[in-house]
Design a protein around this ligand. Structure first.
Ligand SMILES: [Zn+2]
Length: 314
């Protein structure tokens, strides 16, 4: 076992999936709601199918009502980092404002931004930098992508630095090119969830067809030498969420992080939806150690976590 400490950055967390389970349980009890069996199972670290995960996810994020809860969620994200100590800490935080504000009408955009801003400023005082990446849902299609940008761009807070797609990888990335281009022209950096629930070839397509400069997961491309070459050549970072991948990636097998690092891909660790699939950065680090990585590979994970984090540029 290494004596290296965990990285100090969470490179991929979703606001909607980050509420603390104890907090959610309490809120559910107060509202007289029963926590779904699938969410209970996930909290016990048991596997459920993807539909079950989506149901659990929607139940948990249904409590994000009002600015105070948005702030509370950011506090929960900060609590999952390595303990304070030497070096900067930070989070690259994904959020889906269109889903929260328009589709679900859980809160207004002003409330969401206010709560997040307060949480982000509070974190900053504790030495934690937070950058926000706006997530559009791939399987809702490109019109939805434009609506996300219509909602966010007019009064974009300064800590919003990126645009991404998430959800089910159903709509080809070439179709997303115009949306990505619009986001880029508005000054946003570009990421995509790819090679998670869709084929590994989506990683290549997200990069070449839509201009993604960062890939979330990408684990299903680990066996494709030409995609690995592309990732290395363009120094495209991969956000790796081991616990989430084990729960949600079909036919994952042994986690491919060792293969990705061996190929020279710039990987770093994230928690993804840690309020739904419980984990934190020290836990993810333990999982990485458990994959038998060399000291040099663990060092690389720590180094990339900082060098490629968008929150470190704020
Ligand atoms: Zn994600």
């Amino acid at each position: 076992m290494t004596t290296l400490l965990p990285p100090r950055i969470d490179r991929h967390a979703h606001l909607e999936g980050s509420l603390d389970p104890t907090w959610v349980r309490k809120q559910a009890a107060q509202a007289g709601k029963t926590v779904p069996a699938t969410l209970e199972a996930l909290w016990r670290r048991e596997l459920v199918d993807f539909e079950g995960f989506i149901g659990a996810f929607f139940f948990a994020c249904g409590f994000i009502r009002g600015a105070d809860v948005a702030k509370e969620t950011i506090r929960a994200c900060v609590s999952r980092l390595a303990a304070p100590g030497e070096g900067l800490r930070g989070i690259d935080l994904w959020v889906s404002p269109h889903f929260l504000v328009k589709q679900s009408a859980f809160l207004t955009l002003d409330e969401l931004w206010k709560g997040m801003d307060e949480g982000i400023q509070e974190a900053r005082q504790q030495g934690v930098r937070i950058a926000v990446i706006i997530d559009a849902v791939n399987h809702f299609g490109t019109d939805h992508g434009h609506e996300v940008l219509d909602l966010v761009l007019p009064n974009k807070p300064a800590w919003v630095v990126g645009f991404s797609t998430g959800g089910l990888e159903r709509v080809p990335f070439k179709d997303w090119a115009k949306v990505f281009d619009r986001a880029r022209k508005a000054g946003l950096r570009l990421a995509a969830h790819a090679g998670e629930n869709g084929p590994g070839s989506n990683v290549r397509e997200a990069i070449l067809d839509a201009g993604a400069e960062r890939i979330v997961h990408g684990v299903r491309a680990a066996k494709d030498p030409s995609t690995l070459e592309l990732l290395v050549e363009r120094r495209i970072p991969l956000d790796i969420c081991i616990t989430s991948n084990r729960a949600l990636v079909p036919d994952l097998g042994p986690h491919p992080l060792p293969d990705l690092l061996k190929a020279g891909v710039r990987c770093a660790l994230g928690t993804d939806d840690p309020g739904v699939i419980p984990c934190d950065i020290p836990w993810e680090w333990q999982q990485a150690e458990g994959l038998g990585l060399s000291e040099a590979q663990l060092q690389a994970l720590r180094k990339h976590a900082v060098e490629d984090a968008w929150c470190m540029n704020l």
